[in-house]
Design a protein around this ligand. Structure first.
Ligand code: ATP
Length: 372
């Protein structure tokens, strides 16, 4: 168990700035996810914590110990890689016990630790097999088991589920969350999959082009994305974006553009005034739009006229692809909705949940007036 601190840490490869300098404090027992698109610098960050990559600048602390010059094997960490990195000629038992044997641990202690880890992961029956005799999911468990036996202060995972099929990935997500709860150990997990980040992480770091965009718990990232990139990256289907301007119309303040005009509630007016005339985008999540016939008017105070393009009936909800002006939007609406392709419909909008993004990167959500 340990907290991990990165102080002004950065990494360049020649002229490529893979990770720009940043600070990060990871609490003890946190499940921290480094999330972002390919090439954003998340693996490099993890590898710096592991000691596999030298820092260009900054300091890393594991617990109270500065580890910049500490070898990976002495950092009290264990890493699980995407390709599992199992020894093919060894049995599962030998794979699990290998690092302990290297550390000259007594045989009976190794056996206890291997048996305990195998029990935690439900792989007791596989201990005498070789890796080639295992399925992808079983190999993945062995790779995790190899980390568990060492009882490290910090677990590091680099896209450990990306070689598994969708169903198994779902199962393993739940298993890793359970494991985290059971071991009560700090875990740092790299992925480009927002579902993994949202479901497993207690804290998420979103990166893009080597820059940290936001550090927050999953729901805070979902509800208060720091900028348009984060807003678009988290959520499936993603947030809808539309061009917008804040303007005065018949005594009221409106958010409007081609094909729509949403009246801003009077209480929010002072807050929005300063955005008037600025180049902004409107962001609305699909679940914050509803077929007006089924919308609770207390929540859905705005509305837009939309032309229906595609109707996907999913059972618990209906997903609509609609056009509002020139903007193509996705809405998740009540399953009782009976709208049809090519209909023109009234789409109710929850004005308390909409986002505005100044195209210079600033963002706010009208509801809470929370500025990030
Ligand atoms: P992915 O999900 O594709 O693994 P990532 O977010 O983990 O991406 P990194 O592997 O950390 O990204 O790479 C960040 C940047 O640093 C990229 O531009 C990459 O090309 C560059 N980079 C990484 N390793 C090296 C290296 N050894 N030499 C030169 N450039 C590198």
């Amino acid at each position: 168990m340990a907290k991990v601190s990165l102080k002004n840490v950065c990494k360049s490869f020649g002229s490529v700035e893979a990770v720009s300098c940043f600070d990060l404090d990871i609490d003890d027992k946190e499940f921290l996810v480094l999330l972002g698109p390919s090439g954003c610098g998340k693996s490099t960050t993890l590898r710096m914590i592991a000691g596999l990559e030298e820092l260009t600048d900054g300091d890393i602390f594991i617990g109270d110990r500065k580890v910049n010059d500490v070898a990976p094997r002495d950092r009290d960490i264990a890493m699980v890689f995407q390709d599992y990195a199992l020894y093919p000629h060894m049995t599962v038992r030998q794979n699990l016990g290998f690092s302990l044997k290297m550390a000259k641990m007594p045989k009976d202690e190794i056996k206890t630790r291997v048996d305990d880890s195998a029990a935690i992961l439900g792989i007791e029956d596989l201990l005498d097999r070789k890796p080639r005799e295992l399925s992808g999911g079983q190999r993945q468990r062995v790779a995790v088991g190899r980390a568990i036996v060492r009882k490290p202060a910090v677990f590091l995972f680099d896209e450990p589920l990306s070689n598994l099929d969708a169903k198994l990935r779902g199962q393993m997500r739940a298993e890793l969350s359970r494991l985290h709860k059971r071991l009560e150990t700090t875990m740092i997990y790299v992925t480009h999959d927002q579902v993994e980040a949202m479901t497993m992480g207690t804290m998420i770091v979103i990166m893009k082009d080597g820059l940290v965009q936001q550090v927050a718990p999953p729901m805070e990232i979902y509800e208060y994305p720091a900028n348009r990139f984060v807003a678009g990256f988290i959520g499936n289907p993603g947030m809808n974006f539309m061009p917008a301007e804040i303007a005065e119309s018949e005594g009221a303040l409106v958010i409007r553009s081609d094909g729509y005009s949403l009246e801003v509630p009077e209480a929010k007016r002072p807050f929005l005034e300063k955005w008037r005339g600025k180049d902004v985008s409107l962001g609305i999540r699909p679940e914050h739009m509803e077929d007006k016939a089924f919308a609770n008017p207390d929540d859905f105070k705005g509305s837009m006229t939309a032309k229906l393009d595609v109707v996907e009936t999913l059972g618990a909800e209906i997903q609509l692809n609609v056009m509002v002006g020139e903007s193509s939007l996705v809405a998740r609406v009540d399953p009782r909705s009976r709208v049809r392709v090519d209909d023109t419909m009234e789409l109710a909008v929850n004005l308390d949940k909409i986002h505005l993004f100044a195209n210079d990167g600033e963002q706010m959500r009208i509801a809470t007036e929370k500025r990030l």
